[in-house]
Design a protein around this ligand. Sequence first.
Ligand SMILES: Nc1nc2c(ncn2[C@@H]2O[C@H](COP(=O)(O)OP(=O)(O)O)[C@@H](O)[C@H]2O)c(=O)[nH]1
Ligand SMILES: [Mg+2]
Length: 349
Amino acid sequence: MAKDPENDARQRAVERIRKARSAPDGDVQLWVDQLRTGDRTALARAISLIESHRAEDRPRAEQLLSVAGQHAGKALRYGITGVPGAGKSTWIEAAGQALIARGHKVAVLAVDPSSLRTGGSLLGDKTRMSELARHPDAFVRPSPSGTTLGGVAAATAEIALLCEAAGFDRILIETVGVGQSETEVRRMSDLFLLLLLPGGGDGVQGIKRGILEWADAVWVNKADGGPEQLAAARAALAVYQGALGLIAPPPEGAPPIFRTGSALDPKQVGEWMDLLESRLADAMGQGRLEQRRRRQKADALAGVLATEALRYFEEHPRFPDAWDRLQNEAARTQIPPHEKVREMLRGLD
Ligand SMILES: Nc1nc2c(ncn2[C@@H]2O[C@H](COP(=O)(O)OP(=O)(O)O)[C@@H](O)[C@H]2O)c(=O)[nH]1
Ligand SMILES: [Mg+2]
C-alpha cells in the first residue's frame, strides 16, 4: 500500500492526544518531584488517584506509589484507636500541635470503614481538629470511602506513603476500635496507642481483647472534671493494667505504658508525646523498630498472598465446575472439608 503522509501525520496526532489523555498530569517522576517540594495540590491530586474507584486508574496509581515510595520510610507512624467518643480526634489535635512545636510536619489520616454508611465522622473530626487542620505544617485527611479498590486500610497505607514523600515526618492514623480496621492500622503503626474511657472495666468497653494485647501505650481519657472522674479513670486503668499483666508483651515490643489523662489538656498530651517519642527513638536505636516493620511487611505480604491465591484459583478455568461438584458433594454427605478442598485444588493442575 502506498504511503500516505497525511494519514501518518493524522495517526501520530491521534496517538499524541490519546497519550495526553491517559496521562493528564504529565510524567509521574515530575509529579513526585512536585510532591516533594510540599506542593499541596500535587499531594491532593495524588491522593485522589489513589482513592479512585476506577480500575483503569490503578496502574498509574501504582506507578506513582513506586516512585514516591523511594522517598518514604523515614517518617514515624502512630496508630490511635478507641471506641467512638473516646476522644481520639481531640487527643490528636493536641498531639499534632505538640509534634509541630517540636519541629515536625504532621499528617493526620483516618481509617473508618463505616464512613460510607454513616456519611462519615469527618464533620466531627474536622471540628475537633480545627487548629491542626489550619496549620501550615499539618495535613488532615478524612477516611477514604469504603468503596476504594483494595479497601480503606490499604488506601490509607498508600496515602501515608504519599504524605511521607511530601515531607510529613509524623503520621497519625485514627481508627475506630471496632471491627477489622484497628488490626490493619496496628500493622502500619510504629506505635499503637489505645484510648479508653473511664468507668469501663467490665468487658473492656467492647474493645476486643486482641487490641489491648497489641497496644504499645494505653491512655485512659477524660480524667478531668472532678475527683470522681479521676478516681473512675484510675480504677479503669488498674483494671486494664491487670488484664494486660496477664498477657505477654508483643515479641518485638517493650511492655506497654499507661496513664490517665485529659485530651483537653495540651500540656498532658505534650508530655506524653515526649515519652512516646523517646520510646520510638529507643526502639529505633536498638533495631526493634526495623524488626517490627519487617514483621509488619511480612504480615501484609501474607495478607496479599491469601487474596491473590484465592483470586488465582477462582480464575482457574476448571475452578467453577470443580467448585460446583464439591458443593454438591458437601450438600449430600458429610465431607472432611480441608481434605476435600485440598484434593479439589490439586485436581485443577
Ligand atoms: N471532658 C473531656 N471531654 C473530652 C476529652 N476528650 C474528648 N472529649 C470530648 O468527647 C467528645 C468526643 O471526642 P472525639 O475526639 O470526637 O472522640 P473520637 O470519636 O474518639 O474521635 C467530644 O465532645 C470531645 O470534646 C477529655 O479528655 N475530657
Ligand atoms: Mg474522631
